[in-house]
Design a binder for this molecule. Structure first.
Ligand SMILES: Nc1ncnc2c1ncn2[C@@H]1O[C@H](COP(=O)(O)OP(=O)(O)O)[C@@H](O)[C@H]1O
Ligand SMILES: [Mg+2]
Length: 393
C-alpha cells in the first residue's frame, strides 16, 4: 500500500499500513532477548513436543507484537524443517469466556461452526480431530489472559495444557499466555502443574532511548525520507518514556503525521507532536469517562496512579497516604478512612481499578489490599487529573 491517494501530494507517510497496530515489523529493536528466549522455549515444538510460556509486562511493552513475530518466525522455521506449524492469537478481552475461546479455536478449522450447543469436550474433540487430520502443531496465544482468568477460567488453561498429555509427535497444541501481571497464582493447582512455571518471559518498560530507536525504525519503514524533524523523535520518545509505552509512542507518531498532512506541511514538526500529545492525552474514551467523575473520586484515582508509579500495583495503605498528600496539595480536607474505602469500592465497581487481598508484603503477617489499574495508562490518567487540578506535573 504505497501512499493514500488523498494525501498523495503531501509525501509524508509512505505506507499507512506500517503504522497500523496490526503491523508486525520484521525486526523488533530491543526485543531480541525476548524473541531468543521464546525460540529456546519452543524449540521442542519443531520436534512435535508441546510447550507453554507466559509473557509478562505492562501496556505497550511489545508483548503482542513479539508473540506475533515469534509465531511467524517459528511457522517459517517449521516449513523449512518439514513440520506443519500454525498459530492463532485470541484476545481474551474480546473472547471473554472459556466457551468463546474454544469456539474461536474450533472456528479456525471449521468456520461457520455455530456458537451455541457444543460442550467444551465436544469442542476439544473437534479441535483434536482437526489437528490430527492436518498433522498440525498449533500455538494458541491467549492475549490479555488475565481478563479470562479473573473470571475463573482455570479449566480452560488446564484442558489446553493437557491437550496432548500422551506424547504424540503427529500433532500438538502449545500455549502462550500474555498478561500484564503475574497470573500463575490465579491458576488452581491442577492447571498450574501443567503450566511450566519457569517459562516466563518478562517485558520491561522501554526507556526513552529504546523508544527513540523504536520510533526511528518505524519512521524508516513508514515515512518518506527527511519528513520527520529530529527533535520530533526525541519529543515522542520522551513523552512516552514516563510510562515506557511503545503503543503511546506509535500513536503519537501517527497522529503527528496526520496533523502535518492535514496542515499540508512538508514534514512533521515538534508543534505537530505537541498537538498530537494533547489530542491523544485528552481525547481517549477514558477521558470522557473521567470527565464525568466527581472531584473526590478523581483525587483518590490520582492517589492510586501516583502510588503505583512505575510498579505493577500498590496497597490501600500506600494509597491512603498518597491521598492525604494529594488532598493537602489541593488544599482540601482528606476524607476519613471509611469514606476513602467507599471511594475505592466505587472505583472498582466502575472498572477503574481492581483489588485483591494478599498477605502484607512488608512481613507483618496481616492482610492488605492490593490495588491494580490494568485497563488504563496510568501516566495519562495522572497527567489529565494533575492538569485539571493545577498540580505540578
Ligand atoms: N520493539 C519494538 N519494535 C517495534 N515496534 C514495537 C516494539 N515494541 C512495541 N512496538 C509497537 O508498539 C505498539 C504496542 O506494542 P504491543 O505489542 O501492542 O504492546 P503490548 O502488547 O505489550 O501492550 C505496537 O504498535 C507495536 O508494533
Ligand atoms: Mg498487547
Amino acid at each position: 500500500m504505497a501512499g493514500n491517494p488523498k494525501y498523495q501530494g503531501e509525501k509524508i507517510i509512505k505506507d499507512y499500513g506500517k503504522l497500523s497496530f496490526d503491523y508486525v515489523p520484521e525486526v523488533l529493536v530491543h526485543r531480541e532477548a525476548q524473541l531468543q528466549r521464546l525460540q529456546t522455549i519452543f524449540k521442542p515444538v519443531l520436534h512435535g513436543v508441546r510447550r507453554t510460556a507466559l509473557l509478562l509486562g505492562s501496556v505497550g511493552t511489545g508483548k503482542t507484537v513479539t508473540a506475533k513475530r515469534f509465531c511467524q518466525n517459528i511457522t517459517s522455521e517449521g516449513t523449512l524443517a518439514g513440520i506443519n506449524i500454525t498459530s492463532l492469537l485470541i484476545n481474551c478481552r474480546e473472547k471473554r469466556s472459556e466457551h468463546a475461546v474454544l469456539h474461536a479455536i474450533n472456528s479456525f478449522f471449521n468456520p461457520g461452526c455455530p456458537d451455541r450447543g457444543l460442550a467444551p469436550e465436544e469442542f476439544l474433540r473437534s479441535i483434536r480431530r482437526s489437528l490430527e487430520e492436518r498433522k498440525l502443531h498449533m500455538i494458541i496465544v491467549l492475549d490479555e489472559a488475565d481478563e479470562i482468568l479473573r473470571r475463573g477460567a482455570d479449566d480452560l488453561i488446564y484442558v489446553l495444557t493437557r491437550f496432548n498429555e500422551e506424547f504424540c509427535q503427529d500433532y500438538s497444541l502449545s500455549l502462550i499466555l500474555i498478561s500484564q501481571r503475574y497470573l500463575l497464582d490465579q491458576l488452581d493447582k491442577s492447571a498450574l502443574s501443567t503450566f511450566c512455571k519457569a517459562n516466563i518471559v518478562s517485558f520491561e518498560r522501554y526507556d526513552a532511548a529504546e523508544l527513540r530507536d523504536i520510533v526511528l525504525s518505524r519512521i524508516d519503514l513508514a515515512f518518506y525520507p527527511g519528513t520527520v524533524e529530529e527533535e520530533c523523535i526525541d519529543l515522542i520518545a520522551e513523552s512516552s518514556a514516563d510510562w515506557g509505552d511503545a503503543r503511546f509512542a506509535m500513536e503519537l507518531l501517527e497522529t503527528s503525521a496526520l496533523i502535518a498532512e492535514e496542515r499540508r506541511l512538508s514534514g512533521v514538526t515538534p508543534e505537530c507532536v505537541r498537538e498530537a500529545k494533547n489530542m491523544t492525552c485528552s481525547d481517549g474514551s477514558y477521558e470522557t469517562k473521567l470527565s464525568k467523575m466527581d472531584y473526590n473520586h478523581k483525587l483518590v484515582l490520582l492517589s492510586i496512579c501516583r502510588s503505583i508509579g512505575r510498579s505493577a500495583y500498590t496497597t490501600s495503605i500506600a494509597t491512603e497516604n498518597a491521598y492525604k498528600i494529594a488532598s493537602e496539595e489541593c488544599k482540601t480536607a482528606a476524607k476519613g478512612t471509611t469514606t476513602f474505602w467507599k471511594y475505592l469500592k466505587d472505583l472498582a465497581k466502575d472498572g477503574w481499578i481492581e483489588q485483591k487481598v494478599i498477605t502484607d508484603p512488608n512481613g507483618s503477617g496481616g492482610r492488605t489490599t492490593c490495588i491494580y489499574i490494568s485497563d488504563f495508562p496510568i501516566g495519562e490518567l495522572r497527567y489529565i487529573i494533575e492538569k485539571e487540578f493545577n498540580l505540578t506535573i
